[in-house]
Ligand binder design. Sequence first.
Ligand SMILES: [Zn+2]
Length: 495
Amino acid sequence: MDKSTTIEDILMSGFKLDNVLTFDDVPKNDQNREGKRNEIQMTYIGELPTVCPNCEQKLYAHTGKEILVTDTTFVGYPTKLRLRFPRKRCKKCGYIYHPKVEAIDENRYMTKRLVAKMANLAIKHSFYDIANEYGVTNNTVKNVFRQFIREKEEELRFQTPAFLGLDEIKIKKLGEITVITDLEHRTLYDMLEGRDQQSLTAYFSKMPNRERVLWVCTDMYRPFEKSIKESFPNARWVIAHYHVVAYANRAMDAIRIAVQAKMTRKERVATKKGLAYTLRTRLRDMTPDDAMKIKGCRESEILKPLATAFDLKEDFFNIWDDNPTSIDNAKQAFADWEKGIPTDDIYNDFRTLAKTVHNFYEQIFNYWICPVAITNGFTECTNRIIRENNIRGRGNSFEILRGRTLFRYSNLERIDKAGMLLGPPIPKKGPVFHYEEVKGIQDSVTEDGEDYDSHQYDPTIGLIPGVNFDPETGEIFDEVILDEWHEDIDNLGTD
Ligand SMILES: [Zn+2]
């Protein structure tokens, strides 16, 4: 029997092994689906004191005690340790001695290694699966994880970033969440419930070393202005270009919908197929088939505005793409673009976009001055991880979603590598933040922001079939709602 290698050297050698039992029919709260559970019985054999620590009188033998603690799995089944302790009692003061076992979390009736492992697994796996694995209740896992988050919250200190990214993500049932990132090192700094000026200002005012912040990058949301000004004396405000160009896609969509509304049902069905997607595709990414569709629009009396809208969208994107280094050229390109919007009412949405650019002119063109490259790849990747964590823990609180996302090993490791971890060090070995499981389940954030694995959402195109959230609002669709949404789309095509 090589249990001594798995049951932590028979709990640090203070015990002797009595028996290993396997039960086939376990109580309901041992939630293993197979209905099996091990019980490993062991007796304390460590030293016992002979005199009372209070009154130095002789200690007498007292009735022994048994406790049942949950451990990590043994040969694949949930495992409980039945620990038998002798006790001793002082006749004078009533003191009762029973051995303290370092490896046991007595309050939880679990081994400490299980607590640590559970907490680590809970960052990535559902509470239900973990509860099933170890034969405990969902609530036990949740409580362990909540405690873990609070401990990390107390301990971990991150340096305030010089390049602060603020993004908004909408999560079903939790509402709007502000995602705060370190754009320079591409790490998640924090998450915050809400994004109104009051909660932002309250949060920022408590941030340490606020003078370190040099740039704050956001979308076009005016209330940020006051929060940034009041909280960060050295910061400049820049708007990420991907938030701006998203409006060009929306303006183009509005024109497409207006054009299609004027068509007969037959024409609408004919033009609907794939045209919305093609129009949102960048010219450089087009297939010959896409190019033919655009050409078709150009040659059609009815669809011509769509080709014009497509050109306006492309030219707008190109303000950034064609002028990567020169702010003056970019400003000129915008001025030319604005002048080029045809006067017909149908293009009013593009005029509105131009107005928006004027409203945020300084912040938008600060993009050319801000020394850190702002790409949406990192933001989208972070948002994807948040959404996936939310789907995994549906119905859980914001606290748990935040803990799962912020305290991922890969995020902490990245913060550490960037020298932005103020303390304590993250152990490279040891139970916390280090498990073999972690290797297979790490999330990667790529350097160039280009390569996002399971990422099925193209922010400049929008919703792609099979994706379960709305890129415009960030709203997550449950599977059921996704089905309904598909129905809606189908109905649109056949009415
Ligand atoms: Zn005593």
